[in-house]
Design a protein around this ligand. Structure first.
Ligand SMILES: NC(=O)c1ccc[n+]([C@@H]2O[C@H](COP(=O)([O-])OP(=O)(O)OC[C@H]3O[C@@H](n4cnc5c(N)ncnc54)[C@H](O)[C@@H]3O)[C@@H](O)[C@H]2O)c1
Length: 264
């Protein structure tokens, strides 16, 4: 069966805690609501939770549990998408690596950790885009949406390789936008702090509430972002409503980045 709207979302699993919030999961669910058949890809088994949620709402989706840093897996994802849905019109790259070992400055981080993180946060975005572009072009064009971060523009202390990977994702987005227009538009989304299950760690519900309250103080909107608020922007950038937006880094940080810290 050939679908008109087909999306691949990498990193589309729900958060590990009982299918808790994640940006990729929310994006996949939102795209399915907008009529896309969605191929959810994740190395974690919770991708099935995303697909179950989509199907419960009458949507169309399938889950591929694969590591997207591996080129053979990327080819498998594209071949399956073509075989099952016959087309591809949207790619959302959303995987990321957040290992405590990578939370280091460049003097302390090992070369191995540096490379491993770039392999997930940057090289997988490159491979997924590189190998999906032919199918997207054959399908009449579409949108590539890369999930970056405000760390592309600012540096969180001792989070060196993450910032570098996100800066490079924005540059990758621009080069795709220039080289593959007019049929393919590419944009990136730069969230500030977003409430997702995988960053909760071992905090109790009370500790989590205090943690969110503390972070919220840095944000003019005085609250942290929900995964669905990033998914809304994904849906917009995937749709014709954003038909003249190409190669942009869209900051979704509640105004944090434009707020001055001092007062008179
Ligand atoms: N949560 C935030 O505050 C925040 C802020 C800014 C940007 N982001 C970005 O949003 C995106 C989603 O992050 P999230 O916060 O929802 O976290 P998350 O941990 O819920 O999502 C990342 C997903 O990627 C998957 N993944 C990691 N490596 C993979 C690989 N090699 N192959 C396949 N799947 C892999 C993980 O299993 C996980 O499900 C990331 O790009 C992250 O950098 C998050």
């Amino acid at each position: 069966m050939i679908h008109k709207k087909v999306a691949i979302v990498s990193g589309g699993a729900m958060g590990y805690k009982d299918g808790g919030a994640s940006i990729g999961g929310a994006a996949a669910i939102r795209l399915a609501r907008d009529g896309y058949a969605v191929v959810v890809v994740d190395e974690g088994a919770m991708g099935q939770r995303t697909v179950d949620a989509i199907k419960q709402n009458g949507g169309e989706a399938l889950f591929l549990q694969l590591d997207v840093t591996n080129s053979e897996n990327v080819h498998k994802i594209i071949a399956t998408t073509k075989e099952i849905y016959g087309a591809l019109t949207c790619l959302v790259n959303c995987v990321a690596r957040y290992s405590p070992d990578m939370a280091k400055n460049i003097a302390d981080i090992s070369e191995e950790e540096w490379s491993k993180t770039l392999d997930v946060n940057l090289n997988s975005y490159f491979k997924m885009a590189k190998y999906t572009i032919p199918l997207m072009t054959e399908s009449g064009g579409g949108a590539i949406i890369n999930i970056s971060s405000i760390e592309s523009f600012v540096a969180l202390p001792n989070f060196s390789v993450y910032s570098v990977s996100k800066g490079a994702v924005d540059a990758l987005t621009r080069t795709i936008a220039v080289d593959f227009a007019p049929h393919i538009r590419a944009n990136s989304i730069l969230p500030g702090f977003v409430k997702v299950a995988n960053s909760e760690g071992t905090r109790t519900p009370e500790e989590l509430e205090l943690w969110y309250q503390e972070i919220s103080k840095q944000y003019p909107l005085q609250r942290v972002c929900e995964a669905e608020e990033i998914a809304n922007v994904v849906a917009f950038l995937a749709s014709d409503e954003s038909s003249y937006i190409n190669g942009q880094s869209i900051v979704v940080d509640g105004g944090k980045g434009i707020a001055d810290a001092h007062s008179f």
